[in-house]
Design a protein around this ligand. Sequence first.
Ligand SMILES: Nc1ncnc2c1ncn2[C@@H]1O[C@H](COP(=O)(O)OP(=O)(O)OP(=O)(O)O)[C@@H](O)[C@H]1O
Length: 210
Amino acid sequence: MTLNTTPLQVENLAVARGGLAVLEGVSFSLSRGAALVLRGPNGCGKTTLLRTIAGLQPALSGHIGLEPDAMAYAGHSDGVKPALTVTENLRFWADIFGTSTIETALTQFNLVALKDRPAGTLSAGQKRRLGLARLLVTGRPMWILDEPTVSLDAASTAMFAEAVRAHLQGGGMALVATHIDLGLAEAQVLDLTPFRAKAPALDDFDEAFL
Ligand SMILES: Nc1ncnc2c1ncn2[C@@H]1O[C@H](COP(=O)(O)OP(=O)(O)OP(=O)(O)O)[C@@H](O)[C@H]1O
């Protein structure tokens, strides 16, 4: 699949969770070859924003200028099939996304020695590496990553940063919510704190109980 795509344009986006707005007025753009790291305190709406941009839930308002089928989303769950081996998991995804090779994914995420292991027998960090390796076999240009380094040790975190860097160098893009320093000095950073939605004003007070 080609990496030629319109860059991501997000304009005046408002997103909601549980029926309540959590972020409003979020605007940014991402060019090919660029990464943006989203920061903000727990509960500010990073996951909600990523899920909305990935097309997994509707926006309250605003515009997202990239189709979901240009995106590969890696959320909190690894999405690994435990009964399939590492190779079978990657081949399964390669078939779904219409790509052919899984070798780069095995190598870049240090999974070669584990390739015949049922995924259910992997450690948490190994499972996470497999879940992230899936990004490579999607062939999709826009990676949307929610806390991708959870369970990864320092070496695997560095390996992941290298995989993101290689993706960017190939013209891909990455949007990442993370609390840690990924070591991606080239990434831009957007703090979502100023975009937190204001609590709705009460304009219809009930009488106080006496
Ligand atoms: N199922 C739910 N129903 C209602 N509200 C929810 C639900 N899940 C989460 N929320 C609330 O939505 C808000 C945004 O949550 P979200 O998971 O997007 O934040 P986050 O910035 O990703 O947080 P964290 O850094 O802790 O992962 C939070 O205030 C959270 O409590």
